[in-house]
Write a protein of this length. Structure first.
Length: 616
């Protein structure tokens, strides 16, 4: 009993001793100082937003203010100084200081003072030993009388090197030196280009070829044996091989073969070298699945499966299907990249289209399309085509007027000019499409009409803003024995990819009063169309969300008869509104809210749009 009592007393003392040991208090980290705002003084040459883009401490809209530290402010002072010096301000000095501290909110206000000093001007330029031709000179950025900008000089040096490489001097080098007179604030720039030897193609060796015939590769090359190997020929060869879709990687380079007895150190002006074309064939089986949503056609899906190497010659066969609430399509396409030894893309298409749009027309059509396509340059291509379309059945009861139900055989030509930097989300460049179609020339029982459409778009950037503008013009008219144009070849306008603020296809409307007596607004087609996305401005908001504002306009008419300027301008319908762009890894999800600026009687004032991809 005594032992038990002693053990109890020992445990009690031990627990009391442990509880008496002072415990460490929870360490509370002090709140960091953050940047409230930044002011910049003394900047006469550059705008404030240009200088803020150089700073690590700059506050960003909808983001937490950056942490302030003396080290980060010193780094920003160096960044501003370096920026000014690269722009020709050799004696620029930058000062930075904290002008206000808010101890309650732990925020600081920073001021940068810039002493720009004189700007160095290029007084003269020397080109040794080759003086560029007049066309090349105009493409250079650095000229006498302009400010000394180091990035322009570096760019011009690379341009001069490439100009020699395009003439066959693949291993040419270009260096530059700058002599600055600080007293006069002028500079002399000297470019020195070294050619070494001109490369002549000896043999062409293709590696990585497994399932393709050699001619499929060699016919895309822009050089042959004994040709001068230029940088432009290498670039175009790689582009053409990539464009076939048959290769996942392409690399063309001259190979210095020491066994040939020639080397780049020889004193000869030319050297014969083998050229190696290194390839990696892609997977010739393709399967693409797509899904989208629009507030008009609801959920839409697509499937495409293809094989790209029939007969080991790069011929491809494709089966495509598209399904939505309004349109169901299926088509099979057989394509050849070369036709009869000529660089013509040939496509043979068999299709079936089913339209079930209760607001326009319903019907089913099958047809064949044969096209010949030729790339005239990197940005320009032409396509000649002929089409035969058979009307299986058609219902146009929801539209006013009578429409022909004959089959259509037509010929057409398409010209495409495209310099966009991105096909899905362009920010710079231009796009133009001109389409012409003549139906009924073959002498068979066919509709007869002439049809022209023009689609022009322009994209540019201004600071953080991406801007775009576009216009579409369409005209179709019957001739010969035809007195009307089939409904499937007329124009509809309005909607997410046309004039936003109007329902899809409802830019031109009419009112139908059925037996019930209730007025119903219906979509109406036209033979003359003019729609314009006058201006769209996109800007970043936060993370991968961008905002947009837009202005659209359009008009749809039955004909061009008795048209004058003032009545025509009064017919144009105008819309404007805001939008959101969500840049997901798979696609751009677009929300637009359009306001009708001159609505017709009985129409709703607004229309919202949800779609995938940019409007134009």
């Amino acid at each position: 009993m005594k032992k038990t009592y002693n053990a109890f007393i020992f445990c009690l003392v031990l627990v009391s001793g442990i509880s008496a040991v002072p415990r460490g208090k929870k360490v509370v980290k002090p709140r960091p100082w953050r940047v409230k705002s930044i002011s910049i003084e003394g900047n006469r040459t550059f705008k404030k937003f240009e200088l803020l883009s150089q700073l690590d401490l700059r506050p960003v809209l909808f983001k937490k203010s950056p942490r302030y530290s003396k080290g980060r402010m010193k780094s920003d002072i160096l960044s501003l100084t370096r920026f000014y010096k690269t722009q020709g301000f050799i004696t620029t000095a930058v000062e930075g200081r904290v002008i206000h501290r808010d101890t309650l909110k732990k925020k600081v206000t920073i001021a940068f003072t810039i002493h720009e000093g004189p700007r160095t001007i290029v007084s003269s330029i020397e080109y040794l030993p080759y003086i560029p031709d007049s066309i090349r000179l105009r493409s250079l950025k650095c000229h006498p009388g302009k400010p000394l900008i180091f990035s322009d000089i570096s760019s011009d040096g690379e341009t001069l090197r490439k100009s020699r490489a395009e003439k066959g001097y693949i291993n040419a080098t270009s260096n530059f030196s700058i002599s600055i007179d600080t007293a006069a604030s002028t500079a002399t720039v000297s470019f020195m280009t070294t050619d070494r030897q001109k490369v002549i193609v000896d043999t062409i060796k293709i590696t990585g070829q497994e399932k393709l015939r050699e001619k499929v590769i060699s016919r895309e090359l822009q050089f042959r044996k004994n040709d001068t190997l230029s940088l432009d020929a290498i670039r175009k060869s790689e582009q053409r091989l990539y464009r076939t879709g048959l290769f996942s990687s392409v690399y063309v380079e001259p190979f210095c073969d020491s066994s040939s007895g020639e080397s780049m150190n020889d004193t000869a002006s030319t050297v014969h070298q083998p050229v190696v074309v290194s390839l990696r064939e892609s997977d010739f089986f393709r399967l693409k699945l797509g899904i989208g949503y629009g507030n008009e056609d609801k959920i839409r899906g697509s499937i495409e499966t293809s094989y790209l190497n029939f007969f080991r010659s790069g011929h491809r066969g494709t089966l495509k299907g598209n399904l939505s609430q309004k349109i169901q399509q299926i088509q099979t396409v057989y394509s050849t990249p070369w036709l009869w030894g000529l660089p013509l893309d040939f496509n043979a298409t068999l299709y079936y289209n089913h339209f079930s749009d209760t607001t326009t027309f319903r019907g089913a059509f099958w047809g064949t399309l044969f096209s010949f396509e030729k790339s005239i340059s990197d940005v320009l291509k032409a396509q000649l085509w002929t089409k035969f379309e058979d009307v299986v059945w058609i219902n146009t009861e929801s539209l006013p007027g009578e429409f022909p139900r004959q089959n259509t055989q037509s010929f057409g030509i398409d010209l495409t000019f495209d310099t966009r930097n991105d096909l899905l989300n362009p920010s710079t460049g231009a796009y133009s499409l001109l389409k012409g179609e003549v139906a009924g020339l073959a002498g068979i029982n066919s509709n007869q009409f002439l049809k022209f459409t023009v689609d022009n778009r322009l994209y540019w950037k201004t600071g953080p803003f991406s801007c775009g503008s576009g216009v579409k013009i369409g005209w179709v008219n019957p001739y010969g024995k035809s007195s009307a144009v089939p409904i499937q070849d007329q124009f509809f306008a309005g909607g997410s990819r046309s004039v936003r603020g109007y329902r899809e296809n409802f830019l031109s409307t009419f009112t139908e009063i059925p037996d019930s007596g209730a007025a119903i607004l219906r979509a109406k087609s036209g033979r003359v169309m003019l729609t314009a996305n006058l201006l769209e401005i996109r800007f970043p908001i936060i993370w991968w969300i961008n905002g947009a504002v837009f202005t659209d306009a359009g008009v749809l008419r039955d004909n061009l008869n008795d048209i004058s300027v003032r009545p025509f301008l009064k017919e144009i319908l105008w819309t404007a509104g805001p939008g959101l762009r969500v840049n997901t890894p798979l696609a751009i999800i677009r929300f637009d809210f359009g306001f009708k600026l001159n609505p017709r009687s009985g129409e709703p004032l607004t229309q919202w749009h949800l779609d995938v991809g940019q409007s134009f």
